[in-house]
Design a protein around this ligand. Structure first.
Ligand code: FAD
Length: 290
C-alpha cells in the first residue's frame, strides 16, 4: 500500500504544467483530485516518477454558458457540478450524473477532467459525455485541440489524449427546447461504481413525438458508447411505454458485454435494457413538462 518513490511538482501556471508534462513524457502523470491515481499508485498499478499536481490551477475550475454550450473546467469537482444552479436549468444531465457518483467525500475531491481521462469502464461521466456529444479540450506546449467524446474513449482506461496533453475543459450542448435529461444507474453495492449507467436526452417535436433521443451507456463494455440503434428505434415515435421498451431492447446491439463475479454479461445486458427504458421514460416525461 506504499507507492514507489516519485518527485512532486506544483506548477503555478498552465503553461508551466504543460512544460513539465512535456518534459517528463511517459515518466510523468498529472494529479487532479487523486481519487483514482493515488489508489492506483498505492497498489503499484501506476508508478510515475514525476507527479505534476495541477489542483491549485484555479483557472481550470469554472462553469460557463456560451453560444448554446456549457463549458466546464477540468478541475471542477463532481460536487460543484451537482450543486450548480446554472447547470440544473441549462444542462440538467450534468448534475443528475454528478449526484450518482460515489459518496460526498469522493464528489468533493474528484474532478470531471480526472474522471474523463481515467476512462474507467464503470465511471459515470463517460456515458453522459457520449450521450451529449461532448468535446474535450486538450492543451499542450504545441497548442490546443477539441476532441469529440466519440473519438476520446478508445478502450479500457485508454483515451486518445496524446502524451504531453492536459485536459483543461469539457464542452456540452445545453438543453434545447422541449427536451428532458435523465441518468439511470445500477450502482455496485460495494464500490458505488456503475454496473450499468445510462444517460439520456430526449427532444420532442410539436406533436409530442420523439424528435431525437440520445443515449450513452457505461458499465457493460470496455469503454462507454453511444447506443445508436436505440436512438434510431425511438426517433419519430410516440414516447409510449411499448415504444420505449422496444427501443431499449437494442441497447447492446453489436456490443461485447463484460461479465464478472457480481454480474454476468447476460445480466448486465438485461440491466442495461431496463435502465435504458427508465432513462428514456424519465427524460421524455421531463421533455413533456411533467
Ligand atoms: P486523478 O485521480 O487525480 O487522476 C486520474 C487520472 O487522470 C490520472 O491518470 C491522471 O494523470 C489523469 N488526469 C487527471 N486530470 C487530468 C487532466 N486535467 N489532464 C490530463 N490528465 C489528467 N467514479 C464514478 O464515475 N462513479 C462512482 O460511483 C465512483 N465512486 C468512487 C468511489 C470511491 C471510493 C473512489 C475513491 C472513487 C470513485 N470514483 C467514482 C472515481 C472518482 O470519480 C474520481 O474522481 C475520478 O475517477 C478521477 O478524478 P480525479 O480528479 O480524482 O483524478
Amino acid at each position: 500500500m506504499i507507492p514507489e518513490p516519485f518527485e512532486y511538482h506544483v506548477p503555478k501556471t498552465l503553461e508551466e504544467a504543460a512544460q513539465l508534462v512535456a518534459q517528463f513524457g511517459d515518466d510523468g502523470k498529472v494529479l487532479a483530485g487523486g481519487h483514482s491515481l493515488v489508489p492506483m499508485m498505492k497498489l503499484r498499478l501506476a508508478s510515475p516518477r514525476h507527479l505534476v499536481d495541477i489542483a491549485r490551477l484555479d483557472g481550470l475550475r469554472y462553469i460557463n454558458e456560451k453560444d448554446g454550450h456549457i463549458e466546464v473546467g477540468a478541475l471542477t469537482t463532481h460536487y460543484q457540478i451537482e450543486s450548480s444552479g446554472l447547470l440544473k436549468e441549462k444542462c440538467p444531465l450534468l448534475p443528475l450524473t454528478a449526484q450518482e457518483i460515489g459518496d460526498v467525500q469522493v464528489r468533493n475531491k474528484g474532478t470531471l477532467g480526472g474522471s474523463m481521462v481515467h476512462a474507467d469502464p464503470a465511471a459515470d461521466w463517460p456515458a453522459t459525455a457520449m450521450a451529449l456529444g461532448a468535446e474535450v479540450k486538450a492543451v499542450s506546449t504545441s497548442g490546443e485541440r477539441w476532441i469529440p467524446a466519440s473519438e476520446f474513449f478508445l478502450d479500457l482506461m485508454t483515451t486518445s489524449l496524446s502524451p504531453g496533453e492536459i485536459v483543461t475543459a469539457i464542452r456540452f450542448p445545453a438543453l434545447p427546447a422541449r427536451s428532458g435529461d435523465a441518468y439511470a444507474k445500477h450502482a455496485h453495492p460495494a464500490s458505488g461504481f456503475a454496473v450499468v449507467g445510462v444517460a439520456a436526452r430526449v427532444t420532442l417535436d410539436e406533436n409530442g413525438h420523439v424528435e431525437s433521443g440520445r443515449v450513452g451507456v457505461t458499465g457493460i463494455a470496455q469503454a462507454a458508447y453511444r447506443a445508436a440503434e436505440v436512438e434510431k428505434a425511438i426517433s419519430g415515435k410516440a414516447a409510449t411505454a411499448r415504444n420505449l421498451e422496444r427501443a431499449a431492447s437494442h441497447v447492446a446491439d453489436g456490443i461485447e458485454a463484460n461479465g464478472d463475479l457480481y454480474a454476468s454479461a447476460e445480466y448486465r445486458v438485461h440491466l442495461a435494457t431496463v435502465y435504458t427504458e427508465r432513462a428514456l421514460a424519465a427524460a421524455a416525461q421531463r421533455a413533456a413538462g411533467h
